[in-house]
Design a protein around this ligand. Structure first.
Ligand code: CP
Length: 357
């Protein structure tokens, strides 16, 4: 692979992405042929934040490939509870294992981890920022259920501000031909500016519609998301946003007959339970595609991996990222790293937030 780590799905070239999708499909067709390909290899799952699907699908993926798994799903049961830094934990676990999947509540945490790991690091979700293996799951689902990744009108509905799966999916689908986007949210929960900048640069058409029913007839794909309670500053602010967008059978009467309904899950109340029985609902089969997608990703990343020992010294900037949710706010030793974003603007290399010089 062109990159050792997968922090963003942009770390995988389009050719590599298509190869991973094809490999996932081959594994799905003949899983027994792949049952020993990772024999002797160890995956670490370091989950600093709760998870059902991502954690369990990574574990089952590695076990189904014949490998083994270590890790934690509650950092309080590890030396993190004694104050160990992310850098030290990763340096140690990178020495024990062959590949690491990390989920963390801070934006940019997986990027930070990758800077200190001898083993390849996979971002299994970093705060409200990115979730590339969910996007891999989503593209494997779309490729199989739609037969293409081009020429689709994709509606994304719910918490588009905090929904990391939304950000990753828009970034990836904007690279394919002739896709357009309908962003369905309240004004408070629209996508971050850096995602709009990506859409503007890509030339993809997009529109913002504050009403799910009005958007339904336009869509080839509807990507529902929950309102991310854990990302709100107060319960009061969450209460104002919850329950506004609910997909029910009545709204589906306005949809195309070949619409595909996806959801990264967990669901709270944004899809009524009886929608599950509509043939257009694909969110449970999507979780199965996710396991095969992760099997294909693990296999691909473990091929010819460079285990150059860390640490390496990084250049540091004299400006600090202003995003309160950025990993650099907690792990103070991290070098301050930025891209130039034009004019007086810098883009944090960890969390993508904009900062003025
Ligand atoms: N889709 C997803 O990330 O689900 P979990 O939070 O259960 O892993």
């Amino acid at each position: 692979m062109k990159n050792k780590h997968v922090i963003d799905l942009e770390d995988i070239s389009r050719e590599e992405l298509m190869e991973i999708i094809e490999l996932a499909n081959r594994i799905m067709a003949s899983p027994e042929e792949y049952s020993e390909v990772c024999k002797g290899k160890i995956l670490a799952t370091l989950f600093y934040e709760p998870s059902t699907r991502t954690q369990m699908s990574f574990k089952t993926a590695m076990l189904r490939l014949g490998g083994n798994v270590i890790g934690f799903d509650n950092p309080q049961n590890s030396s993190v509870s004694k104050g160990e830094s992310l850098k030290d934990t990763i340096t140690v676990v990178g020495g024990y294992t062959d590949i690491i999947a990390i989920r963390h509540p801070s934006e940019g945490a997986a990027k930070a981890a990758s800077m200190y790991s001898a083993a390849p690091v996979i971002n299994a979700g970093d705060g409200g920022h990115l979730h590339p293996t969910q996007t891999l799951t989503d593209v494997v689902t779309l490729y199989n259920e739609k037969g293409t990744l081009d020429n689709m009108c994709i509606g994304l509905c719910g918490d588009l501000k905090n929904g990391r799966t939304v950000h990753s999916l828009i970034k990836t689908m904007s690279h394919f031909e002739n896709n357009s986007f309908v962003l369905i949210s309240t004004p408070e929960l629209t996508v971050p500016q850096y995602i709009k900048d990506i859409l503007n640069r890509s030339g993809c058409k997009y529109q913002e519609i504050p009403n799910l029913k009005d958007a339904m007839p336009l869509l080839d794909v509807l990507y529902m998301t929950r309102i991310q309670r854990e990302r709100f500053a107060s319960e009061e602010e969450y209460e104002k946003q919850k329950g506004i967008f609910v997909l029910d059978r009545e709204k589906l009467t306005y949809a195309k007959s070949d619409l595909k309904i996806l959801h990264p899950l967990p669901r709270v109340d944004e899809i009524e339970e009886d929608v599950d029985y509509d043939s257009r609902a694909k969110y449970f089969i999507q979780t199965v595609y996710g396991m095969y997608a992760r099997m294909a990703l693990i296999m691909t990343m473990l091929k010819d991996v460079d285990r150059t020992p860390m640490p390496r010294k990084f250049d540091t900037h004299n400006v600090r990222c202003k995003n309160p949710r950025c990993i650099t706010q907690q792990e103070k030793y991290l070098p301050k790293r930025f891209h130039k974003a034009g004019g007086d603007m810098l883009l944090c290399r960890y969390c993508d937030d904009r900062t003025l010089i």
